[in-house]
Design a protein around this ligand. Structure first.
Ligand SMILES: [Zn+2]
Ligand SMILES: [Zn+2]
Ligand SMILES: [Zn+2]
Length: 325
């Protein structure tokens, strides 16, 4: 099929059919997700009934859903607490589109184009923690005047932290201005410190620090995520693409953009989230998340050149040669 890779199927009709079937399934899913994101949902509508039902059920570990949107704030705390019983450490997540709030946000974004959004109660969780972290002591790893550090509730890698800004009025990347430069540098430094701590425990990890232009959770937060993407929570194309396309804005690049232009250059393009799945190291394409995961578990290609520049990747000195070979 690809003239540069002749004979890759070796005339194996069965394998050919399978690859085609997976490719078309993946294509169909992309179309479906585009249609879904473009459907003109009235504000507050979460799901198109009967559409991609399986995906909804898939989110059993996800945030409170539609009918629970109206729960009072303090009820949210209860649900957060009960979640925490499952793990050794309580975590709060900023899971792209895994929360119902994210779906509201994405669909609103497309049509009113305003930066004002109706954040659901789940989407407010980080904001809550940022405003009074002392009430959430069990959930947070570090508190200072400027930031709070906590684990992502739905980690997409072996290590996945959030560094939360505590400033009022910094809901998202679009709110960032020159005056926040010092804060951004502090967030980066804190993220680096934690990455380095994790690297001392496991020198094989590689970290990337960055932001999402259209976060599902209110309050500016920096993702510190290990590049193994070895997580059961990484289930959907949008999960992968939110960390492995231009949708993910490296912290170093944000700092540079804000220093030079006074704000972030937003690549808030939902199409990025439905792009084909590509290995973040060798850039090979894969038809499904399971296939991609089995590939990245074994891929030892060096990271692409652009990631190796400017300190976008953070790795142990002993591992530097393996990352960039
Ligand atoms: Zn996020
Ligand atoms: Zn609270
Ligand atoms: Zn690869």
């Amino acid at each position: 099929m690809n003239p540069e890779r002749p004979n890759c199927l070796n005339n194996d009709y069965g394998t050919g059919c399978k690859i085609l079937r997976e490719a078309y399934t993946s294509l169909f899913e992309s179309f479906a997700s585009i249609i879904k994101s473009q459907a003109k949902l009235p504000k507050g509508t979460i799901e198109i009934p009967g559409f991609k039902q399986s995906e909804v059920q898939d989110h059993s570990d996800s945030a409170p859903r539609n009918s629970e949107q109206k729960i009072k704030r303090e009820n949210f705390h209860e649900s957060a607490r009960s979640k925490k019983c499952k793990g050794s450490q309580a975590e709060v997540g900023s899971d792209i589109s895994d929360s119902s709030a994210a779906k509201v946000n994405l669909s609103n974004e497309k049509f009113d184009g305003s930066t004002k959004k109706a954040w659901g109660s789940w989407a407010q969780a980080l904001y809550h923690i940022a405003m009074h972290p002392e009430k959430h002591k069990d959930d947070v790893l570090e508190i200072s005047d400027d930031i709070v550090v906590l684990n992502d509730l739905y980690p997409k890698g072996r290590r996945h932290l959030l560094v939360l800004a505590r400033h009022q009025g910094l809901d998202r990347l679009a709110d960032v201005r020159n005056e926040h430069l010092h804060l951004l540098k502090t967030m980066h430094a804190v993220g680096l410190k934690w990455a380095e701590k994790f690297l001392q425990e496991d020198a094989s990890l590689v970290f990337r620090l960055g932001y999402h232009p259209d976060p599902s959770m209110r309050q500016l937060h920096l993702h510190v995520i290990s590049q193994d993407f070895d997580s059961k929570h990484l289930k959907h194309k949008k999960h992968w693409n939110s960390f492995n396309t231009a949708f993910f804005l490296d912290s170093v690049d944000l700092i540079e953009e804000v220093s030079s232009q006074g704000k972030a250059i937003l690549k808030n393009d939902e199409n990025l989230l439905s792009m084909e799945l590509r290995c973040h190291r060798c850039r090979s394409a894969h038809p499904t998340i399971p296939r991609l995961k089995s590939h990245i578990g074994n891929c030892e290609a060096p990271f692409p050149a652009n990631l190796l520049q400017n300190g976008r990747l953070v790795c142990a000195p002993s591992n530097a040669a393996a990352v960039d070979s």
